[in-house]
Design a protein around this ligand. Structure first.
Ligand code: GLA
Length: 400
């Protein structure tokens, strides 16, 4: 991180002719379990990862905002602070400038800014590169402008940037993980009360690795399936007369079946069972204390009261594939291959339709699993996936 901090400071100085006022970082995330539950006010268990966006930032006095990316593929943007609004900005800059706009919406005066952003969170891989961008700028502005927003408000600011500037109708999962993550922990998130609770995730102690398999099928939540699934859930809420799908319990499912068409019923069943799996996962991690709970072998049966974390992850994938229908051939292949070669559990992570899968693997099997996944993609004539381990990391913070 020290090397990246220095590199960001040097690049900023070269670009703007003076040192930045400060440097901040915000991580990407992996969702361990709890998918498509956030906008249904349910539970999720994400972790911030050891890949992040770094924002080097200075204030200007002339109300001009300049944003530049370390990656030359992204064009510089310069505009008057007052002109930043939905529709006036396109492309990558909607995320950082969306945050500037959301601050202004809350009455914070923007004096002018220089923003330089660099990231090692792969883009379009379902690891929340966009939330990392937003959150790095949000913590920077909060400090530099003395805005004094607490972390839950920064979550809302970043979500507003994503929803209203970037046009992606997402929930709060990604931004919460990026802002509130904690090293060696996942974060149990109750999306109705917005309460968060760190849950131990001692991967190293348990002799495990959490592998990410980036399928290289890039997804976008600004279009298509993601909004369609939200609409399915909204329809179910109306038909069932509840406030949100959070209020549907397992015992209500058979009655719900009679009131919903087959597809909508399966969407609801995913949300209801996924909420249970999140709670079970958090329970195993907290009650068995840790490494033992994490490392217990899969039971290979239907998910029961004694399910291992691996079982729960795999059951989540099956539900997302069959009931929620947001997986794809590449994610299914990643999961199947990882399981066949020694993973304790595996699932797609994030919104789906591409992006990444995760696999919980014993350290000694990690290389074998990685090689097997790459080979299976080659045999199927698919793009070569990227396979790498991630570790739970701290949330957004100031580096210098
Ligand atoms: C994307 C969204 C999140 C969440 C997940 C699905 O990552 O940004 O808000 O809905 O999909 O769990």
């Amino acid at each position: 991180m020290i090397r990246r901090t220095t590199a960001a400071a040097d690049a900023f100085t070269q670009r703007f002719g003076h040192a930045p006022d400060g440097i901040w970082a915000a991580p990407g995330r992996v969702n361990l379990i709890g998918e498509h539950t956030d906008y249904n006010l349910g539970f999720a268990l994400p972790l911030a990862i050891d890949r992040s966006t770094i924002a080097a930032v200075s204030l200007r006095t002339d109300s001009t905002v300049r944003a530049t990316a370390l990656d030359p593929a992204y064009d510089d943007v310069t505009l008057a602070a007052a002109d930043i609004s939905p529709g006036a900005v396109t492309g990558w800059a909607t995320y950082p400038l969306g945050v500037v706009w959301a601050f202004a919406q809350r009455g914070v005066e923007i004096p002018g800014l220089e923003l330089q952003l660099g990231s090692d969170v792969p883009i379009g891989a379902g690891l929340s590169s966009s939330a990392a961008l937003e959150c790095s700028v949000a913590v920077a502005l909060n400090d530099l402008l003395g805005a004094g927003f607490d972390l839950p408000e920064l979550v809302q600011i970043c979500r507003q940037a994503e929803n209203e500037m970037a046009g992606a109708p997402t929930g709060i999962l990604d931004q919460t993980a990026s802002l509130l993550g904690r090293g060696d922990h996942a974060l149990l998130l109750d999306c109705r009360s917005l309460a968060t609770q760190p849950v131990p995730l001692p991967l190293h102690e348990a002799g495990l690795q959490l592998l990410v398999i980036d399928t290289k099928v890039s997804h976008s939540h600004a279009s298509g399936g993601y909004s369609a699934r939200r609409a399915d859930c909204a329809r179910a809420v109306d038909a069932l007369g509840v406030d949100s799908l959070r209020d549907v319990e397992e015992g209500m499912l058979s009655e719900a079946r009679g009131r919903l068409d087959e597809t909508t019923f399966r969407r609801v069943r995913h949300v209801v069972t996924e909420n249970q799996r999140v709670q079970q996962t958090a329970h195993v991690l907290t009650s068995k204390g840790d490494a033992a709970g994490l490392a217990s072998a899969p039971t290979a049966g239907p998910v029961s009261g004694t399910a291992s974390i691996g079982d729960l992850l795999t059951a989540s994938h099956v539900s997302l594939r069959d009931d929620y229908e947001v997986s794809c051939a590449e994610l299914d292949l990643a999961m199947d291959t990882a399981l066949q070669h020694g993973a304790l559990g595996a699932r797609m992570t994030g919104g789906g339709f591409g992006g990444s899968a995760i696999a919980l693997v014993p350290e000694e099997a990690a290389e074998k699993v990685g090689t097997a996944v790459v080979n299976s993609f080659r045999l199927a004539g698919l793009k070569q996936p990227d396979v790498f381990p991630v570790a739970p990391a701290d949330g957004a913070r100031r580096l210098a």
